[in-house]
Design a protein around this ligand. Structure first.
Ligand SMILES: Nc1ncnc2c1ncn2[C@@H]1O[C@H](COP(=O)(O)OP(=O)(O)OP(=O)(O)O)[C@@H](O)[C@H]1O
Ligand SMILES: [Mg+2]
Length: 324
Protein backbone atom coordinates (compact mmCIF):
# COMPACT_ATOMS: atom_id res chain seq x y z
CA UNK A 1 0.00 0.00 0.00
CA UNK A 2 1.36 3.44 -0.85
CA UNK A 3 2.01 5.89 1.99
CA UNK A 4 -1.07 7.91 2.97
CA UNK A 5 -1.25 11.58 2.02
CA UNK A 6 -1.88 12.57 5.59
CA UNK A 7 -1.29 10.58 8.74
CA UNK A 8 -2.39 11.91 12.12
CA UNK A 9 -1.20 10.01 15.18
CA UNK A 10 -2.32 10.51 18.78
CA UNK A 11 -2.93 14.20 18.20
CA UNK A 12 -3.93 16.20 21.27
CA UNK A 13 -4.81 19.89 20.96
CA UNK A 14 -5.47 22.19 23.88
CA UNK A 15 -6.83 25.69 24.39
CA UNK A 16 -5.63 27.77 27.31
CA UNK A 17 -8.46 27.77 29.84
CA UNK A 18 -8.81 29.87 32.98
CA UNK A 19 -7.96 26.93 35.19
CA UNK A 20 -5.54 25.07 32.95
CA UNK A 21 -5.47 23.67 29.42
CA UNK A 22 -8.74 22.49 27.86
CA UNK A 23 -8.13 19.57 25.56
CA UNK A 24 -10.48 20.05 22.62
CA UNK A 25 -8.96 17.13 20.67
CA UNK A 26 -7.66 14.08 22.48
CA UNK A 27 -5.39 11.46 21.01
CA UNK A 28 -6.88 11.58 17.51
CA UNK A 29 -5.48 9.19 14.88
CA UNK A 30 -6.49 8.74 11.26
CA UNK A 31 -5.01 8.44 7.80
CA UNK A 32 -6.23 9.60 4.41
CA UNK A 33 -4.99 8.56 0.97
CA UNK A 34 -4.53 10.73 -2.12
CA UNK A 35 -7.80 11.66 -3.76
CA UNK A 36 -9.87 10.18 -0.93
CA UNK A 37 -12.67 11.92 0.94
CA UNK A 38 -12.99 11.77 4.72
CA UNK A 39 -16.11 12.98 6.47
CA UNK A 40 -15.47 14.32 9.95
CA UNK A 41 -18.78 14.30 11.81
CA UNK A 42 -19.94 15.08 15.32
CA UNK A 43 -22.13 17.42 17.31
CA UNK A 44 -21.38 21.10 17.84
CA UNK A 45 -18.36 21.60 20.11
CA UNK A 46 -16.92 18.12 19.55
CA UNK A 47 -13.64 19.56 18.19
CA UNK A 48 -14.04 19.20 14.42
CA UNK A 49 -12.94 22.73 13.47
CA UNK A 50 -10.11 22.62 16.01
CA UNK A 51 -8.79 19.43 14.40
CA UNK A 52 -9.25 20.75 10.85
CA UNK A 53 -7.45 24.03 11.54
CA UNK A 54 -4.56 22.19 13.21
CA UNK A 55 -3.87 20.22 10.03
CA UNK A 56 -2.62 23.36 8.31
CA UNK A 57 -1.52 25.10 11.49
CA UNK A 58 -3.91 27.91 10.70
CA UNK A 59 -2.48 31.24 11.86
CA UNK A 60 -4.54 32.55 14.72
CA UNK A 61 -5.74 29.07 15.69
CA UNK A 62 -5.60 29.23 19.45
CA UNK A 63 -5.30 25.49 20.09
CA UNK A 64 -1.79 24.21 20.76
CA UNK A 65 -0.54 20.74 19.87
CA UNK A 66 0.51 19.12 23.11
CA UNK A 67 1.02 15.57 21.84
CA UNK A 68 1.11 13.57 18.64
CA UNK A 69 2.18 14.03 15.04
CA UNK A 70 0.75 15.21 11.73
CA UNK A 71 2.66 13.85 8.75
CA UNK A 72 1.63 15.27 5.37
CA UNK A 73 3.17 13.61 2.31
CA UNK A 74 6.16 12.54 4.40
CA UNK A 75 6.60 15.98 6.01
CA UNK A 76 6.30 16.24 9.79
CA UNK A 77 4.19 19.40 10.05
CA UNK A 78 4.87 19.81 13.76
CA UNK A 79 8.58 20.23 13.04
CA UNK A 80 8.15 22.47 9.99
CA UNK A 81 9.33 26.09 10.35
CA UNK A 82 6.50 28.63 9.87
CA UNK A 83 8.12 30.01 6.68
CA UNK A 84 7.88 26.55 5.06
CA UNK A 85 4.38 26.02 6.43
CA UNK A 86 3.33 29.27 4.73
CA UNK A 87 4.50 27.86 1.37
CA UNK A 88 2.47 24.72 1.96
CA UNK A 89 -0.71 26.53 3.01
CA UNK A 90 -2.89 27.31 0.02
CA UNK A 91 -0.49 25.57 -2.36
CA UNK A 92 -0.69 22.01 -1.01
CA UNK A 93 -3.26 22.16 1.80
CA UNK A 94 -6.18 24.57 1.60
CA UNK A 95 -9.11 25.21 3.88
CA UNK A 96 -12.64 26.40 3.23
CA UNK A 97 -13.67 27.98 6.50
CA UNK A 98 -16.96 27.43 8.32
CA UNK A 99 -17.96 31.09 7.91
CA UNK A 100 -17.39 32.41 4.37
CA UNK A 101 -17.69 36.01 5.55
CA UNK A 102 -14.83 35.47 7.97
CA UNK A 103 -12.62 33.93 5.30
CA UNK A 104 -13.18 36.67 2.70
CA UNK A 105 -11.72 40.13 3.02
CA UNK A 106 -14.54 42.70 2.64
CA UNK A 107 -12.14 45.28 1.21
CA UNK A 108 -10.98 43.32 -1.83
CA UNK A 109 -12.78 42.05 -4.91
CA UNK A 110 -13.50 38.35 -5.29
CA UNK A 111 -11.13 38.22 -8.28
CA UNK A 112 -8.26 39.74 -6.38
CA UNK A 113 -8.68 37.35 -3.45
CA UNK A 114 -8.62 34.34 -5.76
CA UNK A 115 -5.79 35.73 -7.94
CA UNK A 116 -3.62 36.28 -4.86
CA UNK A 117 -3.09 32.52 -4.60
CA UNK A 118 -1.59 31.80 -8.06
CA UNK A 119 0.33 35.07 -7.81
CA UNK A 120 1.97 34.09 -4.54
CA UNK A 121 2.44 30.39 -5.16
CA UNK A 122 2.96 30.22 -8.93
CA UNK A 123 4.44 33.67 -9.51
CA UNK A 124 1.81 34.60 -12.13
CA UNK A 125 1.48 38.23 -13.23
CA UNK A 126 -1.75 39.99 -12.13
CA UNK A 127 -3.41 39.81 -15.54
CA UNK A 128 -2.75 36.06 -15.85
CA UNK A 129 -3.75 35.49 -12.23
CA UNK A 130 -7.03 37.36 -12.75
CA UNK A 131 -7.75 35.29 -15.85
CA UNK A 132 -7.12 32.20 -13.72
CA UNK A 133 -9.54 33.62 -11.13
CA UNK A 134 -12.26 33.95 -13.78
CA UNK A 135 -11.66 30.33 -14.85
CA UNK A 136 -11.97 29.22 -11.22
CA UNK A 137 -15.26 31.10 -10.83
CA UNK A 138 -16.50 29.11 -13.82
CA UNK A 139 -15.23 25.94 -12.13
CA UNK A 140 -17.30 26.71 -9.02
CA UNK A 141 -20.32 27.34 -11.28
CA UNK A 142 -20.58 31.12 -10.97
CA UNK A 143 -22.18 32.65 -14.04
CA UNK A 144 -20.69 35.69 -15.76
CA UNK A 145 -17.26 35.29 -14.09
CA UNK A 146 -15.58 38.24 -15.80
CA UNK A 147 -18.11 40.56 -14.22
CA UNK A 148 -18.10 38.78 -10.86
CA UNK A 149 -14.34 39.06 -10.36
CA UNK A 150 -14.87 42.79 -9.81
CA UNK A 151 -17.52 42.28 -7.11
CA UNK A 152 -16.76 42.77 -3.44
CA UNK A 153 -18.01 40.09 -0.98
CA UNK A 154 -21.01 42.20 0.12
CA UNK A 155 -22.23 42.25 -3.49
CA UNK A 156 -22.43 38.45 -3.56
CA UNK A 157 -25.11 36.16 -2.16
CA UNK A 158 -24.22 33.73 0.65
CA UNK A 159 -24.05 30.86 -1.81
CA UNK A 160 -21.77 32.83 -4.15
CA UNK A 161 -19.48 33.81 -1.28
CA UNK A 162 -19.16 30.16 -0.35
CA UNK A 163 -18.31 29.39 -3.99
CA UNK A 164 -15.68 32.13 -4.00
CA UNK A 165 -14.17 30.57 -0.86
CA UNK A 166 -14.16 27.28 -2.78
CA UNK A 167 -12.42 28.94 -5.74
CA UNK A 168 -9.73 30.32 -3.42
CA UNK A 169 -9.15 26.80 -2.08
CA UNK A 170 -8.90 25.38 -5.61
CA UNK A 171 -6.63 28.20 -6.83
CA UNK A 172 -3.37 26.69 -5.60
CA UNK A 173 -4.18 23.19 -6.97
CA UNK A 174 -3.72 21.69 -3.49
CA UNK A 175 -3.37 17.98 -2.68
CA UNK A 176 -5.72 18.34 0.27
CA UNK A 177 -8.73 20.58 0.89
CA UNK A 178 -10.28 20.81 4.33
CA UNK A 179 -13.85 22.06 3.97
CA UNK A 180 -15.35 23.09 7.31
CA UNK A 181 -19.16 22.97 7.09
CA UNK A 182 -19.02 24.51 3.61
CA UNK A 183 -22.76 24.29 3.11
CA UNK A 184 -24.37 25.23 6.42
CA UNK A 185 -25.14 28.79 5.29
CA UNK A 186 -26.86 27.56 2.14
CA UNK A 187 -30.41 26.43 1.49
CA UNK A 188 -30.83 22.68 0.91
CA UNK A 189 -30.94 22.74 -2.90
CA UNK A 190 -27.88 24.96 -3.14
CA UNK A 191 -26.14 22.72 -0.56
CA UNK A 192 -26.48 19.72 -2.84
CA UNK A 193 -25.31 21.69 -5.87
CA UNK A 194 -22.26 22.86 -3.93
CA UNK A 195 -21.37 19.35 -2.80
CA UNK A 196 -21.77 17.98 -6.31
CA UNK A 197 -19.57 20.80 -7.62
CA UNK A 198 -16.89 20.02 -5.03
CA UNK A 199 -17.06 16.32 -5.92
CA UNK A 200 -16.82 17.02 -9.67
CA UNK A 201 -13.80 19.27 -9.11
CA UNK A 202 -12.25 16.56 -6.96
CA UNK A 203 -12.67 14.00 -9.75
CA UNK A 204 -11.11 16.43 -12.23
CA UNK A 205 -8.23 17.56 -10.02
CA UNK A 206 -7.61 14.58 -7.73
CA UNK A 207 -7.28 16.37 -4.38
CA UNK A 208 -8.08 14.63 -1.12
CA UNK A 209 -10.94 16.18 0.83
CA UNK A 210 -11.72 16.37 4.52
CA UNK A 211 -15.33 17.40 4.81
CA UNK A 212 -16.34 18.60 8.27
CA UNK A 213 -20.05 18.37 8.97
CA UNK A 214 -22.59 17.71 11.67
CA UNK A 215 -24.87 16.36 8.98
CA UNK A 216 -24.57 12.66 8.27
CA UNK A 217 -26.67 12.98 5.11
CA UNK A 218 -24.08 15.36 3.65
CA UNK A 219 -21.22 13.06 4.57
CA UNK A 220 -23.01 10.00 3.27
CA UNK A 221 -23.35 11.66 -0.13
CA UNK A 222 -19.69 12.36 -0.76
CA UNK A 223 -17.30 10.48 1.54
CA UNK A 224 -15.18 7.33 1.19
CA UNK A 225 -14.25 7.30 4.86
CA UNK A 226 -15.90 8.62 8.01
CA UNK A 227 -14.44 9.73 11.32
CA UNK A 228 -16.94 10.30 14.13
CA UNK A 229 -15.96 12.75 16.82
CA UNK A 230 -17.40 12.98 20.32
CA UNK A 231 -16.13 15.31 23.06
CA UNK A 232 -12.72 15.66 21.42
CA UNK A 233 -12.16 12.00 20.58
CA UNK A 234 -12.46 10.11 17.32
CA UNK A 235 -14.77 7.42 18.65
CA UNK A 236 -15.10 5.59 15.34
CA UNK A 237 -13.32 5.67 11.99
CA UNK A 238 -13.66 3.47 8.94
CA UNK A 239 -14.94 3.12 5.37
CA UNK A 240 -18.18 5.10 4.98
CA UNK A 241 -20.26 2.10 3.94
CA UNK A 242 -19.06 0.07 6.92
CA UNK A 243 -19.49 2.86 9.48
CA UNK A 244 -23.00 3.68 8.25
CA UNK A 245 -24.24 0.13 7.74
CA UNK A 246 -22.61 -1.51 10.76
CA UNK A 247 -21.59 1.14 13.29
CA UNK A 248 -19.48 -0.20 16.15
CA UNK A 249 -19.70 2.74 18.52
CA UNK A 250 -23.12 3.39 20.15
CA UNK A 251 -22.71 7.10 19.43
CA UNK A 252 -22.34 6.42 15.70
CA UNK A 253 -25.31 4.09 15.90
CA UNK A 254 -27.36 6.81 17.57
CA UNK A 255 -26.29 9.34 14.91
CA UNK A 256 -27.24 7.03 12.07
CA UNK A 257 -30.55 6.25 13.71
CA UNK A 258 -29.64 2.57 13.67
CA UNK A 259 -30.43 2.20 17.34
CA UNK A 260 -33.54 3.27 19.18
CA UNK A 261 -32.26 5.57 21.89
CA UNK A 262 -34.27 6.19 25.04
CA UNK A 263 -36.53 9.21 24.63
CA UNK A 264 -35.98 9.56 20.90
CA UNK A 265 -39.07 10.59 18.98
CA UNK A 266 -39.89 8.76 15.78
CA UNK A 267 -38.36 10.47 12.77
CA UNK A 268 -35.85 12.54 14.74
CA UNK A 269 -32.92 10.76 13.17
CA UNK A 270 -29.96 12.67 14.45
CA UNK A 271 -31.27 14.04 17.71
CA UNK A 272 -29.74 12.19 20.62
CA UNK A 273 -31.22 12.84 24.04
CA UNK A 274 -29.04 14.73 26.49
CA UNK A 275 -26.27 17.15 25.65
CA UNK A 276 -22.60 16.76 24.85
CA UNK A 277 -20.47 17.28 27.97
CA UNK A 278 -18.43 20.39 28.58
CA UNK A 279 -14.76 19.78 27.78
CA UNK A 280 -13.82 21.50 31.01
CA UNK A 281 -15.85 18.98 33.01
CA UNK A 282 -15.81 15.65 31.21
CA UNK A 283 -17.55 12.77 32.98
CA UNK A 284 -15.26 10.02 34.24
CA UNK A 285 -14.84 6.92 32.07
CA UNK A 286 -16.28 7.09 28.56
CA UNK A 287 -17.44 10.66 27.81
CA UNK A 288 -20.53 9.25 26.07
CA UNK A 289 -21.67 7.02 28.94
CA UNK A 290 -24.34 9.38 30.38
CA UNK A 291 -26.15 9.26 27.01
CA UNK A 292 -25.44 5.65 26.12
CA UNK A 293 -28.10 2.96 26.39
CA UNK A 294 -25.38 0.30 26.69
CA UNK A 295 -23.26 1.80 29.45
CA UNK A 296 -22.09 -0.46 32.25
CA UNK A 297 -20.08 0.16 35.41
CA UNK A 298 -16.84 -0.17 33.44
CA UNK A 299 -17.94 2.59 31.03
CA UNK A 300 -18.54 4.92 33.97
CA UNK A 301 -15.03 4.35 35.34
CA UNK A 302 -12.58 3.51 32.59
CA UNK A 303 -12.06 5.54 29.43
CA UNK A 304 -11.95 3.15 26.46
CA UNK A 305 -8.83 3.07 24.28
CA UNK A 306 -9.23 3.49 20.54
CA UNK A 307 -8.79 0.03 19.01
CA UNK A 308 -8.26 -0.83 15.37
CA UNK A 309 -11.02 -2.94 13.94
CA UNK A 310 -11.28 -4.14 10.37
CA UNK A 311 -10.41 -1.12 8.21
CA UNK A 312 -11.01 1.42 10.97
CA UNK A 313 -11.08 1.97 14.69
CA UNK A 314 -13.52 2.39 17.54
CA UNK A 315 -13.22 3.53 21.13
CA UNK A 316 -15.82 1.56 23.06
CA UNK A 317 -15.55 -1.15 25.71
CA UNK A 318 -18.44 -2.99 24.09
CA UNK A 319 -18.38 -2.32 20.35
CA UNK A 320 -21.75 -3.18 18.85
CA UNK A 321 -20.78 -5.66 16.16
CA UNK A 322 -18.85 -7.67 18.76
CA UNK A 323 -21.69 -7.53 21.25
CA UNK A 324 -24.26 -9.09 18.93
N1 LIG B 1 -10.43 29.97 20.73
C1 LIG B 1 -10.90 29.11 21.64
N2 LIG B 1 -10.56 29.19 22.95
C2 LIG B 1 -11.01 28.31 23.86
N3 LIG B 1 -11.83 27.28 23.57
C3 LIG B 1 -12.20 27.15 22.29
C4 LIG B 1 -11.77 28.04 21.26
N4 LIG B 1 -12.31 27.64 20.09
C5 LIG B 1 -13.05 26.55 20.37
N5 LIG B 1 -12.99 26.24 21.68
C6 LIG B 1 -13.65 25.11 22.36
O1 LIG B 1 -13.17 23.89 21.80
C7 LIG B 1 -14.21 22.96 21.64
C8 LIG B 1 -14.27 22.48 20.22
O2 LIG B 1 -14.63 23.55 19.38
P1 LIG B 1 -14.72 23.38 17.80
O3 LIG B 1 -15.00 24.71 17.24
O4 LIG B 1 -13.52 22.67 17.31
O5 LIG B 1 -16.00 22.42 17.67
P2 LIG B 1 -16.81 22.00 16.37
O6 LIG B 1 -16.96 20.52 16.45
O7 LIG B 1 -16.16 22.55 15.17
O8 LIG B 1 -18.23 22.65 16.63
P3 LIG B 1 -19.28 23.30 15.57
O9 LIG B 1 -20.01 22.13 14.97
O10 LIG B 1 -20.17 24.11 16.44
O11 LIG B 1 -18.52 24.09 14.58
C9 LIG B 1 -15.50 23.67 22.09
O12 LIG B 1 -15.78 23.25 23.40
C10 LIG B 1 -15.15 25.12 22.07
O13 LIG B 1 -15.85 25.81 23.08
MG1 LIG C 1 -16.77 23.91 13.76
Amino acid sequence: MSAPLIEVRDLTLAYAGRSGPIRAVRSASFTLGRGETLGLVGESGSGKSTLGAALLRLPGAAARRTEGTIVFDGIDLGALPEADMRKLRGARIAMILQDPLASLNPLFTAGRQIAEVPRTHLGLAWSAALERAAQLLTAVRIADPHRRIDDHPHQLSGGMRQRVAGAIALAGSPDLIIADEPTTALDPTVQLQYLDMLKAEQRARGFALILISHDLAVVRRVCDRIAVMYAGRLVETGPAAQVLAAPRHPYTAALTGALPAPGRRAGSLTVIPGTAPSLAALPPGCAFHPRCGHASARCREEEPESRSSMAGSSACHYPLAAAT
